[in-house]
Ligand binder design. Structure first.
Ligand SMILES: Nc1ncnc2c1ncn2[C@@H]1O[C@H](COP(=O)(O)OP(=O)(O)OP(=O)(O)O)[C@@H](O)[C@H]1O
Ligand SMILES: [Mg+2]
Length: 312
């Protein structure tokens, strides 16, 4: 029987009369990076805290690598590595000493071989004997991942791991996660940024006011991009001439012109063709932009609505 790395069924949290999380159900496959995407206050942290048992569930099941949290708590938790709040380290001690301290407190025996393995995995070999106080935020984050991985969990759970990292740090972090996934470790990660989820995850779920409203698989989105027609805008040096070129060559559908902007519906290959046609006829093309996909629209609408509510 094949197990999911994580299975969450009807996860629900009610505090007083308020529904914080309602009937959230999803599965994370082995070696998959799965995202929870939602605006501030959507319930991402609450979902994660219930999965790692930092908070009681009102209702629902959590099964980790085939172990039900209610029936085999120890086995289930043994399969999870998590960073929920910022990982706390002793700043006056080296990264190595911090990890060794953690090893001594762990319920499971961890070998020195495993210790060196995780240090290598997160690329901290050079800095591991330096005091944590000298580490950048990105390095601390990696030390946190190393610590979470020490007991060889099958799933790593990270709540907004890229918060505070610069673009370079975010990119590196993404690469580490992919490296882990390629070794068969699953990752559950939360974020409020769609662009980040798109780059980082194989699939992600949208969380809206405590409910899971949509699950998206990334390669499907990429395929769609190249195959389906999208609304596209060209900004050119001469709109009239560009419009004539498209019409005469029967390129694109719903082609409209407004000053030096051309609006049309076409797939990506046709966009490239149109661009070539413009340029070879002496036109300047200043910008080509796609109208946001419906998923993006929906997510932005969601986040903006939320911001408005917060500012009232
Ligand atoms: N202990 C609590 N008592 C009452 N309400 C709570 C409690 N914990 C969380 N909430 C509420 O539950 C909702 C979800 O919070 P949660 O922290 O899970 O959201 P989040 O998606 O992680 O948001 P963020 O992006 O800001 O981290 C919020 O409206 C929050 O105010
Ligand atoms: Mg949160």
């Amino acid at each position: 029987m094949t197990h999911y790395a994580l299975e969450v069924r009807n996860l629900t949290k009610k505090i007083g009369k308020k529904m914080i999380v309602e009937d959230v159900t999803f599965q994370v496959e082995k070696g998959e990076i799965f995202g929870l995407l939602g605006p501030n206050g959507a319930g991402k942290t609450t979902i994660i805290r219930m999965i790692v048992h930092l908070m009681n569930r009102t209702r629902g099941n959590v099964v980790i690598s085939g172990h039900d949290l209610d029936q085999s708590f120890k086995e289930a938790m043994g399969e999870v590595g998590a960073i929920v709040e910022n990982p706390e380290f002793y700043k006056y001690m080296s990264g190595m000493k911090n990890l060794k301290h953690y090893m001594r407190m762990a319920t499971k025996d961890i070998s020195d071989e495993r210790l060196n393995e995780v240090i290598h995995l997160v690329g901290l070999e050079q800095a591991i004997h330096q005091k944590v106080r000298t580490y950048s935020l990105g390095m601390r984050q990696r030390l946190g991942v190393a610590q979470a991985l020490l007991h060889s969990p099958s799933i790593l759970i990270l709540d907004e791991p890229t918060n505070g990292l610069d673009p370079q740090g975010i990119r590196e972090f993404r690469d580490y996660l992919r490296l882990l996934a390629n070794q068969g470790i699953s990752v559950l990660v939360s974020s409020h940024l769609l662009s980040e989820m798109e780059l980082m995850c194989d699939r992600f779920a949208i969380i809206e006011k405590g409910k899971l409203t949509h699950i998206s698989r990334m390669n499907e989105t990429v395929d769609n991009k190249s195959l389906t027609k999208q609304h596209v805008t060209f900004e050119v040096s001469n709109g009239e001439q560009a419009w004539n070129l498209l019409i005469n060559h029967s390129i694109g559908e719903e082609v409209k012109v407004e000053a030096d902007f051309i609006y049309a519906s076409m797939d990506r290959e046709t966009v490239a063709k149109a661009n070539q046609l413009f340029v070879s006829n002496g036109l300047q093309v200043y910008e080509i932009s796609y109208l946001k996909t419906s998923l993006e629209d929906r997510f932005l609408e969601l986040t903006n609505k939320d911001k408005k509510e917060q500012s009232i």
